[in-house]
Design a binder for this molecule. Structure first.
Ligand code: ADP
Length: 155
């Protein structure tokens, strides 16, 4: 049985920190599915289709990584794609406090689904999609944090 891990997130945008988690996930699992959650009541900064395409391009030569979008419960989507593992990154204690109830909730919805946490590589721990959005929104350069170039914004 292939060991499939789902790496769910908003990825708005996908950062070098996320990339590190996927690469290390590939070392642990047979397949990693990057799953961009879509929530119609939450306004995204970058369109989900654009982010899916950008991430897919990064892994075009790595058949063990795929990129999907999904609506609804992460744990249900994991079941749908046959993933027995959820992959998440931990940067710090607030991340842990945030992730813990989510992991319990996911286990409630899909018993047997194991959440696997990888500690961020030290140099990437300060990268956050929120900060990147704030810098980019006002025309700042965010290239150092991302594995691809984002189109500039009109200010
Ligand atoms: P969500 O909205 O689900 O928190 P994010 O896209 O912000 O989605 O993050 C997805 C996952 O990646 C989360 O587990 C988060 O903790 C992790 N993550 C975010 N930034 C980093 C980083 N710099 N290094 C490693 N993991 C990260």
């Amino acid at each position: 049985m292939a060991r499939i891990a789902l790496f769910p997130g908003s990825f708005d945008p996908f950062t070098n920190g996320h990339l590190d988690i996927v690469r290390r996930g590939v070392g642990l699992f047979d397949q990693v599915i990057v799953a961009i959650g879509t929530n119609s009541s939450k306004q995204r900064y970058l369109p989900v289709e654009q982010m899916q395409e950008l991430i897919a391009q990064l892994f075009r030569d790595e058949p063990r990584v795929s990129v999907r979008t999904f609506k609804g419960l992460t744990a249900e989507f994991a079941r749908e794609v046959g993933a027995a593992y959820l992959l998440r990154g931990l940067r710090n204690c607030p991340d842990f406090e945030y992730e813990k109830p989510i992991a319990y909730g996911n286990q409630h919805v899909n018993p047997g689904l194991e959440t696997v946490f990888l500690l961020t590589s030290p140099i990437l721990g300060a990268i956050s999609s929120t900060i990147i959005r704030d810098i980019h929104r006002f025309g700042g350069n965010v290239d150092a944090f991302l594995p691809f170039a984002l189109p500039p914004v009109a200010i």
